[in-house]
Every structure is written in structure tokens, then in C-alpha cells.
Design a binder for this molecule. Structure first.
Ligand SMILES: *[C@@H]1O[C@H](CO)[C@@H](O)[C@H](O)[C@H]1NC(C)=O
Ligand SMILES: *[C@@H]1O[C@H](CO)[C@@H](O)[C@H](O)[C@H]1NC(C)=O
Ligand SMILES: *[C@@H]1O[C@H](CO)[C@@H](O)[C@H](O)[C@H]1NC(C)=O
Ligand SMILES: *[C@@H]1O[C@H](CO)[C@@H](O)[C@H](O)[C@H]1NC(C)=O
Length: 401
């Protein structure tokens, strides 16, 4: 027993030693961020261990872990909350109960989770969507799209499009009392990327042009062709979302072949002939000076992979891969980026590119928090910065939708 305790104690110290990363002093709750970071690393080690033992796949471990946070659709005195489907895509709806003289705005919310985990039913998303519906007196629609690896690219984006097009029909908007001139598409992380793609696809489709008033995206993932931007370098080992974990999970949306994540980690995975795409994400061109620091831009090494993955060239996976003329008609945009986040530069580059072509953008950069902060706003783990982000997001919608 004594030996076991000793072994356990030593393992904890070793783990803490290997996983320790400095958390800056300006963080509001540094010890909580450190704890979240360590828990993410323990989860990663456990998932790797289970996979090596042949017990379950790496991503399945995260899927199961996240699913424990799902909650039922529960109505309250102000909101009717129901699970239904739009054209066979499951959606959770938040419908204000209060009688209203006017038609209501609507927000479509696309959840994150690296395409392999997560659900609109997770407690933090439910919390956030309730708050949006109550404070805005808005209808909120949260699609539960299919996940990888069972359903590969483009399943997730196609499900979102199908559900949203169903909702945008005149008779459906009328049924829910929605004002067609006040509809926003939102999302976070991989869901922020999906929201960005959906907004582009609708805006460039004559049948849906100008039907979306705004997009509001939170620490979005907007490109998968360069994973060696300054933010990927600086926050490679976290806090919370390490480069390795992000790549390992999200590549499952493209393929189950292990060769791809390995090549992405070396940033040598794009095919011959794709150099032209890098002008859309070239951080040395689009990143404001103060984020470039001393980083030196490295040209991509092309043609090292034999397999070809058309998804890597597709703007439905990487909404940054469209030209300026496809960006210039996009609606009013709200983008939140976090400093301590490998995906920081994706958001910053999108802000620059949208502003360059005249799209009105409100950009909020949160200095003292991490990727995923809005997922830590319900018991047992609160991050004040997560609540702050949700408050900013809802306040922006109140003023602009
Ligand atoms: C319902 O709305 C009222 C008035 O805005 C508020 O005071 C109350 O807390 C809300 N109830 C719930 C369960 O959110
Ligand atoms: C990236 O931008 C830099 C500086 O603007 C330029 O020198 C370089 O050729 C660009 N690289 C690619 C691949 O577009
Ligand atoms: C790619 O193909 C070449 C030629 O067929 C082969 O020699 C090489 O081993 C392959 N590389 C990988 C990583 O499969
Ligand atoms: C932008 O891309 C679209 C779609 O690929 C294409 O039709 C259009 O010609 C491009 N515009 C410019 C200016 O390159």
C-alpha cells in the first residue's frame, strides 16, 4: 500500500514536471487555467494509453468524455427548449415564451469540438444559447451535425447547410415568429470555422444572398493548410489545446490514416501545386506587426505525401482559402480571438482580410485567456474569462442584430 502511494505520488510529480507550462501572471485565475491544462494533458495521455492498449480509439475517448456533459432539453419560465429536427438534422431550439408584438431575431449556433466531439446539448453551450435567447428575446437554433471519424468531410458542413436552409424557408421563419432581416450565424472553434464557411456559401449563393445579417465567431479554426503560424509556435504545448492534440483530433475529419497528422506536425503535408493557396493565409503578410515578434516565415514544403486529400484544398474546411471577391460581400462580422490559443492567428488573419475588402468587422482580442474558455462556465469548472466572453458576445448581438 505504502509503495503504491509512493509510486502514485512520484507519478503525479513527474506528470506535473513534464506538463508544466508557465501561465502568465496577468491571468485572472492562473491556478484554474493550470488545472484545466493539466487535466487536458492527463486526458491526452489516457486516450493515448487506451488506444495503444487497443481498448478504444484516441478520439473516442474524448467523445465519451465530452458526452458526459450533455443535458436534456429543459424548458423554464421564459423559454421553451426542444429537440427536434430540420430536414432530418437534429437541432435544439430555444423559443422565448413571452408574447411579442414584433418578430424576433434568430441566432444559429454551431458548436466546437474539432469535428469529432461535442454537441449542442453540452451544458456550456446550453447555458450560452439560453442566455442568448433570453437576453435578446431571440430564437436560437443549434444543429447537432454528424461527427467524424464515422462521418468524414464534408458531412459536418453539409448537415449545417441543410438544417440552416430548412430554417431559412419563409414558412419556417414565420412559424417561429422570426424576422428574416435579423438572422446571425455563430460558432466557436471548429464550429466558428463552420459558421464562417456557411456564411460564405450562403452569401455566394444567389438564392440566399443577403439573408444573413451577421456572423459572430469565437476563437475560430479557419484554415488547415499552415499549422506553423506564430500562435501555433508560441502555444504549441498549450495551455489547454496543444498543437498535437488539435491536429490529432481534427484530421480525423479528413482521414483515419495516421500518416496525415504526422505530416501536419512537420508542416509538410500540402500537395505539389498548392503554393498559390498560401497567399490567402500568409501570416507574414496579414498578421499585425505586434504578433509577428521575431518569427520567421517558413515556406511550405510541398509534395511530401503520396496520398491526396482534396479536403485540404477546400474552403468548406478552410474558409480562409477564398479570394477577396468572395469575401467582400460578407455581412457584418464579430470575431473574438484569445491570446493564449494556437488558433489566435487564424482569427487575426481573417480580421485583416475582411477589413481589407471593406467588410465591417468588430474584433475583440482577449489577452488573458485560453482557447475553449466558454466551455468552462458551468459547474464544476468556472472560468470568469469564459463568462466574460459570453457576455461580450451576447452584448454585441444585442446591439447589432
Ligand atoms: C426569466 O426572466 C426574468 C425576467 O428577465 C428573470 O428575472 C428570470 O431570472 C428568468 N428565469 C430564468 C429561469 O432564467
Ligand atoms: C508570404 O509573404 C511574404 C512577405 O509578404 C512573401 O515574401 C512570401 O513570398 C509569401 N509566401 C507565400 C508562399 O505566399
Ligand atoms: C511514396 O511513393 C514512393 C514511390 O511510389 C515510395 O517510394 C515512397 O515510399 C512513398 N512514401 C510514403 C510515405 O508512402
Ligand atoms: C474568385 O474565386 C471565384 C470562385 O473560385 C472565381 O469565380 C473568381 O473568378 C475569382 N475571382 C478573382 C478575382 O480571382
Amino acid at each position: 500500500m505504502g509503495n503504491k502511494m509512493l509510486l502514485f505520488g512520484l507519478s503525479c510529480i513527474l506528470l506535473a514536471y513534464y506538463t508544466y507550462i508557465p501561465i502568465p501572471e496577468n491571468f485572472e485565475e492562473p491556478w484554474k487555467v493550470r488545472l484545466i491544462d493539466i487535466l487536458a494533458k492527463i486526458a491526452t495521455l489516457t486516450a493515448t494509453f487506451f488506444e495503444n492498449m487497443g481498448l478504444m480509439k484516441f478520439e473516442d475517448f474524448f467523445f465519451v468524455l465530452m458526452r458526459t456533459q450533455n443535458i436534456e432539453a429543459i424548458s423554464d419560465e421564459n423559454l421553451t427548449v426542444i429537440d427536434t429536427d430540420f430536414s432530418n438534422i437534429p437541432v435544439r431550439l430555444y423559443l422565448p415564451k413571452r408574447k411579442s408584438e414584433r418578430q424576433r431575431p434568430a441566432v444559429i449556433y454551431i458548436h466546437g469540438g474539432a469535428f469529432v466531439t461535442g454537441s449542442c446539448k453540452m451544458r456550456p453551450y446550453d447555458f450560452m444559447n439560453r442566455m442568448t435567447a433570453s437576453r435578446l428575446d431571440a430564437v436560437v437554433v443549434a444543429p447537432d451535425f454528424r461527427l467524424a471519424p464515422q462521418y468524414l468531410f464534408p458531412a459536418a458542413i453539409e448537415d449545417c447547410i441543410v438544417a440552416i436552409k430548412f430554417f431559412l424557408q419563409d414558412k419556417v421563419l414565420e412559424k417561429y415568429g422570426v424576422d428574416p432581416a435579423h438572422i446571425c450565424i455563430s460558432g466557436d472553434s471548429s464550429g466558428g470555422g463552420l459558421a464562417g464557411s456557411v456564411t460564405q456559401l450562403l452569401q455566394n449563393d444567389p438564392e440566399y444572398r443577403n439573408k444573413i445579417k451577421a456572423q459572430a465567431i469565437i476563437y475560430p479554426s479557419l484554415q488547415g493548410i499552415d499549422t506553423w503560424t506564430p500562435s501555433y509556435r508560441e502555444y504549441e504545448n498549450g495551455p489547454f489545446l496543444s498543437r498535437k492534440l488539435a491536429i490529432k483530433l481534427s484530421t480525423r475529419y479528413v482521414t483515419e490514416d495516421e500518416e496525415l497528422p504526422e505530416a501536419i506536425l512537420r508542416n509538410e503535408y500540402m500537395p505539389e501545386g498548392s503554393r498559390d493557396l498560401f497567399k490567402f493565409v500568409n501570416w507574414s503578410h496579414f498578421l499585425p506587426e505586434r504578433y509577428k515578434k521575431n518569427h520567421v516565415y517558413r515556406e511550405p514544403v510541398l509534395g511530401r505525401l503520396n496520398a491526396t486529400y482534396p479536403a485540404l484544398l477546400d474552403s468548406r474546411l478552410s474558409p480562409l482559402l477564398v479570394n477577396d471577391s468572395q469575401l467582400q460581400n460578407l455581412p457584418l462580422t464579430y470575431i473574438i480571438t484569445c491570446e493564449h490559443d494556437i488558433l489566435r492567428d487564424d482569427g487575426l488573419i481573417y480580421v485583416t482580410r475582411l477589413r481589407n475588402v471593406g467588410v465591417p468587422v468588430t474584433h475583440e482580442h482577449i489577452e488573458d485567456t485560453i482557447h475553449g474558455a466558454i466551455s468552462f462556465v458551468t459547474a464544476p469548472m468556472y472560468l470568469h474569462s469564459g463568462l466574460r466572453i459570453i457576455d461580450k458576445y451576447v452584448s454585441w448581438l444585442q446591439e447589432n442584430l
